[in-house]
Design a protein around this ligand. Structure first.
Ligand code: FEC
Length: 309
């Protein structure tokens, strides 16, 4: 008798509406409410992004649905059942695991919608999922990373090629600037693989796209009073402008969706900063529910499930 394997599809989460920004921000800050100024600033950023106020929710929904279809095609209908679990919004990670338990799921695979592992990012999702799974007697196995999956690298490299083509005759002078969400610099003391995996993804994508002129930079660092991994994308763009670079293709390979950190931090803030310094900044299209990305996820899930047998 075959029983369905649950797939806990985990993503960052975004508020339901502008009224929910304060609760969301408080959750990100581990229960510490933001100051009025911080809340106003975040609300302003959400208001100014293109593509709807909270596009991440729709994108995560689309990814979970597309992953379900891909798993059905590959493993047969009913073999895997996807559940969403969000880090900072409902349905929370714990809600997703509880929903599995309510459906009688006994074995599950967890996967996070970001390709590179850090104890401070993916590790945090997994810890919460494992704690909840233990409460329900569910055996949960984690896909820790898929940052070099061939389908992922191919999908990203196609986007880099397409992005470079937008520069026309300036194509050969365009620098590809890979980026990912910064983390507090204390992560360096933890022997964390995050930075190495991001460089490995960048390297593989550059190679597959035939790009030699590339760099990696951090973005979206928080204001916590502690040092964060740098250099930040604005600092890097400042230096590139001093060096006479005029065309840059941003490739945020630590993210897989259109959301605030891409639509605001790159498309609005970094682009304005670049333009003021005479740099044309374009960005690769995000993966969202790209079929090759779904293939990378499905393959990682099925590989983990089969490896256990
Ligand atoms: O579109 C949206 O509504 C959500 C966009 C969003 C994504 C995202 C991904 C990552 N974060 C990571 C780490 C941190 C750390 C802190 C932190 C803070 C914020 C804040 C907002 C926010 N993050 Fe986020 N992140 C997104 C949004 N993030 C909003 C709070 C205001 C601000 O700082 O701008 C600092 C927490 C603290 O104060 O203690 C650390 C990492 C990722 C990429 C991996 C992943 O997706 O999980 C790492 C999307």
């Amino acid at each position: 008798e075959s029983k369905a394997i649950g797939v806990l599809v985990m993503s960052y989460g975004t508020p339901e509406s502008l009224d929910g920004v304060e609760a969301y921000y408080t959750h990100i800050r581990r229960g510490n409410p933001p100051s009025a100024q911080q809340l106003e600033d975040l609300t302003r950023r959400y208001r100014s992004i293109v593509g709807g106020v909270f596009p991440l929710r729709e994108n995560t929904n689309g990814q979970a649905a597309a992953l379900q279809r891909t798993l059905d095609e590959r493993a047969g209908y009913g073999a895997y059942v996807c559940y969403q679990g969000l880090k900072h919004a409902a349905p929370y990670i714990e809600d997703g695991v509880a929903a599995m338990a309510a459906d009688g799921i006994e074995e599950a695979i967890g996967i996070v919608l970001t390709p590179q592992y850090s104890a401070m990012s993916v590790g945090g999702y997994m810890k919460r999922a494992q704690e909840e799974a233990a409460k329900h007697g569910i055996t949960l196995m984690d896909v820790q990373e898929y940052h070099l999956h061939p389908e992922l690298i191919d999908a990203l490299s196609r986007r880099v090629i397409e992005g470079l083509d937008r520069f026309g005759e300036k194509r050969s002078d365009t620098l590809v600037l890979f980026s990912a969400h910064s983390l507090p610099a204390k992560v360096l003391e933890m022997n964390d693989p995050y930075a190495d995996q991001l460089l490995a993804t960048s390297h593989a994508v550059a190679e597959a796209a035939g790009v030699e002129n590339w760099q990696f930079t951090w973005q979206s660092a928080g204001q916590t009073g502690q040092p964060w991994l740098g250099p930040d994308i604005l600092e890097t763009l400042g230096r590139l402008s001093d060096e006479g670079v005029k065309s840059v293709l941003a490739a945020p390979v630590g993210f897989v969706s259109d959301h605030l950190e891409v639509l605001y931090d790159i498309d609005i803030e970094a682009r304005k900063f670049a333009e003021e310094r005479g740099i044309r900044l374009e960005r690769i299209r995000m993966l969202n529910d790209d079929p090759q990305y779904m293939a990378a996820l499905a393959d990682s899930v099925i590989g983990m499930a089969n490896g256990r047998a």
